[in-house]
Ligand binder design. Structure first.
Ligand SMILES: *[C@@H]1O[C@H](CO)[C@@H](O)[C@H](O)[C@H]1NC(C)=O
Ligand SMILES: *[C@@H]1O[C@H](CO)[C@@H](O)[C@H](O)[C@H]1NC(C)=O
Length: 148
């Protein structure tokens, strides 16, 4: 029974890992000629003390000529409240990278995924001049924050 519960608890994180693995594979197959839809860079300390506040920084850019509407949010293998749950929705255009910040406070080691989705939403980009590409509409970066 306990084993079953552990299995259930582990499954969302496991699914996320599988997802990222797939994304990883597809990104290595990308040909160099095509413009990258989303370039995502995540920075987060690897270690913290229990209850210490750390900042996760996420830089997102696109090489597409058209703008896209993006949503950026965090997921973790343990529920965390506060600023962690904040979802950013914004317009992303070529040559204008966006940077998002989240303050994270936790008492136990946390696996964090920063996810960026290209979404369909009105009134985000000026005059709604935005596109939805067929591929590369989601990028996730995973890191672990170790608590000592
Ligand atoms: C985390 O640590 C803080 C400070 O020690 C404490 O007040 C809080 O109850 C703890 N939270 C959990 C979920 O253990
Ligand atoms: C979350 O993942 C970390 C790193 O894999 C692990 O140490 C921690 O125990 C996990 N927490 C939960 C609640 O599953």
């Amino acid at each position: 029974m306990l084993a079953l519960q552990l299995l259930f608890r582990a499954s969302p994180a496991a699914l996320l890992l599988v997802l990222c693995l797939q994304l990883g594979i597809s990104s290595t197959q990308e040909d160099t000629i095509s413009r990258k839809t989303l370039i995502v860079n995540m920075e987060m300390p690897k270690k913290a003390r229990a209850g210490e506040e750390v900042t996760l920084k996420l830089k997102v850019q696109t090489e597409l000529r058209e703008c896209v509407v993006i949503k950026a949010y965090l997921k973790s293998n343990k529920s965390v409240d506060g600023p962690f749950t904040y979802k950013y929705t914004t317009c992303l255009c070529e040559d204008y990278p966006r940077t998002f910040y989240w303050d994270i406070q936790t008492n136990s080691t946390l696996q964090v995924a920063a996810v960026v989705d290209i979404i369909w939403e009105k009134n985000i980009c000026p005059k709604d001049d935005a596109v939805i590409p067929i591929k590369g509409v989601r990028v996730a970066k995973i890191s672990t924050l170790f608590i000592k």
